[in-house]
Design a protein around this ligand. Structure first.
Ligand SMILES: Cc1cc2nc3c(=O)[nH]c(=O)nc-3n(C[C@H](O)[C@H](O)[C@H](O)COP(=O)(O)O)c2cc1C
Length: 177
């Protein structure tokens, strides 16, 4: 199985990437092939809505967008990883999701497995992931993704704050996918 992780944090060793590393450990321990795409440090730009792709072609922008889309099309599973930024995913991750536009039909036809790994500072509320969870419900449904699980880390403001249970959840997600 080939897995692509879209990692949307600017912090290479931050909280969400720490959980991504646990996910990768679980996946590799069970023989899967994983590639992490560090969106914050990759040449990738927002969709400009030109429609040259017709939702079923190459993007005309000369950045890494097409290369990443092709990697997604060669994979069996996709992981969305991000910190919570103002009760949504980071703009680095959202930017790549918008770029799905060029290959929407091809990606949809693959029925990819998909999961979510996110971290937030907040600990004691039930609204931090409300909009985010609905967003992923909608995207997963629209893109015909098979939901393999979502880790919504709370009280994860820094790596030292992170409850150990999330490490275990991330490892298990990688192992069981
Ligand atoms: C621009 C920005 C917006 C944030 N918005 C939220 C928020 O809405 N809710 C929350 O709980 N934490 C918020 N945080 C805190 C981060 O989600 C938290 O520190 C997270 O662990 C950072 O993840 P990372 O280390 O993977 O980048 C925000 C942080 C930044 C920089």
């Amino acid at each position: 199985m080939r897995i692509v992780v879209l990692a949307g944090s600017p912090h290479k060793n931050g909280t969400s990437n720490t959980l991504v590393n646990e996910f990768v450990r679980g996946a590799k321990d069970t023989g899967k092939d994983v590639e992490i795409i560090d969106l914050a440090h990759t040449d990738i730009h927002p969709c400009i809505g030109c429609d040259a792709c017709g939702m079923n072609g190459d993007c005309i922008q000369g950045d890494k967008g097409n290369e990443i889309l092709n990697k997604i099309l060669e994979s069996d599973a996709l992981i969305f990883a991000s910190p919570v930024y103002y009760y949504n995913v980071s703009s680095q991750l959202k930017m790549m999701i918008d770029r799905f536009y060029a290959k929407t039909m091809k990606i949809t036809n693959k029925n990819l497995k998909a999961g979510v790994i996110m971290t937030a500072w907040n600990n004691d509320d039930d609204f931090t992931y409300g909009a985010i969870d609905k967003y992923f419900d909608t995207i997963f449904s629209y893109m015909h993704f098979q939901d393999i699980g979502r880790i919504y880390g709370k009280g994860c403001g820094t790596v030292s704050m992170m409850p150990k249970k999330y490490y275990e959840e991330a490892y298990k997600l990688g192992k069981d996918i």
